[in-house]
Design a protein around this ligand. Structure first.
Ligand code: ARG
Length: 264
């Protein structure tokens, strides 16, 4: 081999090494490594089950609107979403994110100023309002109608905040999760239950002996939570949310879980 072709070979090899180097950096980028994930190769989602149709168990898997949205992010990052079911209190206080129990929180969680002090939210992805669930035909159509009666609330939620502020003369009874809350209504332990409209309307579909008596127009918006300062992940989620709205994916997922089209 002539000196010339040998040096040419070396140059090619060096160029190749650079190229390979580039490619692998790029692919680890899309594998989520630059995002400092709690466990490499996974996107861990904290949520509090059940919260149908946002997240609920179906056989061995967890399905729902939030699950589908986060799956889009996981797909974009070329990792797999893993759901961590944990009490809502640890989610909404930011504790689960701070202790790295998960990368993000997707739990039908309303963006509130208090929560924003403890975690960062993505752009809003869903509109909600508080609503009142009663037994069908019950004479309660407002908070005022519930004077002297029992109102069930879910711990740590915006429904609890609303009830504490507006349910004057009403006895509130706290429940740890929405199943306990709705069962209490069914069995007559409480006269009414307050929770997010999307969840209550879903429940009424399957429990025709109950009805949504009113909605309170609290003007809530759900956001996905990340650790305070985790801008990389927050921006990544925002990017995926924005794209899904633009290309029709968001609408397709919405229609899969809700009977009416999303408000524009
Ligand atoms: N949107 C309400 C809130 O943020 C209720 C959320 C409850 N979510 C759940 N997965 N249990 O307070």
């Amino acid at each position: 081999m002539s000196t010339r072709s040998a040096s040419h070979l070396i140059t090619t090899a060096a160029a190749l090494a650079v190229l390979v180097g580039c490619t692998s950096t790029k692919s680890s980028d899309t594998g989520g490594s630059t995002l400092d994930l709690v466990e490499p190769g996974k996107l861990k989602t904290c949520t509090h089950l059940p919260y149908e149709p946002f997240q609920s168990r179906k056989g061995n898997t967890v399905v729902g609107f939030d699950v589908d949205l986060v799956d889009l992010v996981a797909k974009d990052l070329k990792v797999k979403q893993e759901i961590v079911d944990t009490p809502f209190e640890g989610i909404q206080t930011g504790e689960d994110l701070n202790t790295r129990k998960c990368d993000l929180a997707a739990a039908g969680m309303t963006i509130t100023p208090v929560r924003e002090e403890n975690l960062d939210f993505t752009d809003p992805y869903f509109d909600a309002t508080q609503a009142l669930l009663v037994k069908k035909g019950a004479p309660y159509h407002s908070m005022a109608d519930l004077k002297g009666k029992k109102l069930g609330i879910q711990q740590g939620t915006t429904g609890e905040t609303y009830a504490k502020k507006h349910a004057t003369g009403v006895t509130t009874v706290e429940f740890e999760d929405v199943t306990l809350l709705l069962t209490a209504l069914k069995t007559g332990q409480v006269d009414a239950a307050i929770n997010d409209n999307g969840v209550l309307f879903e429940y009424v579909k399957k429990n025709p002996d109950t009805a949504v008596a009113t909605e309170f127009q609290t003007g809530e918006r759900y956001g996905i939570g990340v650790r305070t300062g985790n801008d990389k992940l927050r921006k990544e989620i925002n990017k995926v949310l924005k794209k899904s709205r633009a290309d029709g994916t968001y609408d397709r997922i919405y229609k899969k879980w809700f009977p009416t089209a999303p408000k524009k």
